[in-house]
Design a protein around this ligand. Structure first.
Ligand code: SF4
Length: 183
C-alpha cells in the first residue's frame, strides 16, 4: 500500500502535539481554508506516493520520539493508509495525534475515517478560520478548532476536550521586546 505525502518525515517537532513528535505530512486536502499555512499540500496529485512499508522502517528507526502526528493536507483523505501507520506507531509504543479539517462528528459518520479515528489518541479537528486565529492557543491555529481526547470521547458518546489544552498560553515571558520576535 502507498500513501501520498507532501514531504519526508519530520522528526523532533515540539509544536505538532505533546512531547517530541515525528510529523507525517500527507498530501491532499479538500477544505481549502483561506490563509492555510500549508497550501502546497492541497493538490491531491502533487507530492509523492511512498510505500507504507518504507515509512514503517523509518518510524522504527526513530529515536526519542513520543509519538507520530498525522498532518497535512488532511490525513482523513487517506484514512486507510494513515490507519496502517497509526496502528504501527501504537505497536511500537508511540502515541498518535491527527489533524483534520473535518469535524469529529463528521468523521464518525464516515466508515473509513472512523476506523482511523479509533486508532488515534488525540484529534485536532475543524477548519482553520483566520477570524478566530490566535498565537496563544495550544496545538491549534484558530479558536474554533478542538483538541479532543478520542478514547474518552468514544466512550462517552460526545466530544471530550483535553482540559489542559483548553486555555491560552502566556507568551509575555517569551517575547523579546528588544528583538521584536518570539523565541
Ligand atoms: S484543513 Fe488544514 S491543510 Fe486543509 S486547508 Fe484547512 S488548514 Fe489547510
Amino acid at each position: 500500500m502507498k500513501i501520498r505525502l507532501a514531504s519526508t518525515l519530520q522528526p523532533d517537532s515540539i509544536v505538532d502535539g505533546e512531547g517530541i513528535r515525528t510529523v507525517i505530512w500527507t498530501q491532499g486536502c479538500p477544505h481549502h481554508c483561506p490563509f492555510c499555512h500549508n497550501p502546497q499540500t492541497h493538490d491531491f496529485n502533487a507530492g509523492e506516493l511512498v510505500d507504507i512499508d518504507e515509512i514503517k522502517k523509518e518510524i522504527k528507526a526513530l529515536k526519542g520520539q513520543d509519538g507520530i502526528t498525522l498532518s497535512g493536507g488532511d490525513p482523513m483523505a487517506q484514512p486507510l493508509e494513515c490507519l496502517e501507520l497509526a496502528k504501527y506507531a501504537h505497536e511500537l509504543g508511540m502515541n498518535v495525534w491527527c489533524y483534520t479539517g473535518y469535524l469529529y462528528e463528521d468523521v464518525l459518520k464516515n466508515k473509513k475515517m472512523k476506523s482511523l479515528l479509533e486508532e488515534v489518541d488525540v484529534l485536532v479537528d475543524g477548519k482553520f478560520k483566520i477570524e478566530e486565529f490566535s498565537l496563544d492557543l495550544y496545538y491549534k491555529g484558530s479558536r474554533n478548532q478542538r483538541v479532543i481526547d478520542v478514547k474518552s470521547s468514544l466512550e462517552h458518546g460526545e466530544v471530550v476536550l483535553i482540559e489542559k489544552y483548553k486555555g491560552t498560553k502566556i507568551f509575555k515571558n517569551m517575547y523579546k521586546k528588544d528583538e521584536g520576535m518570539f523565541i
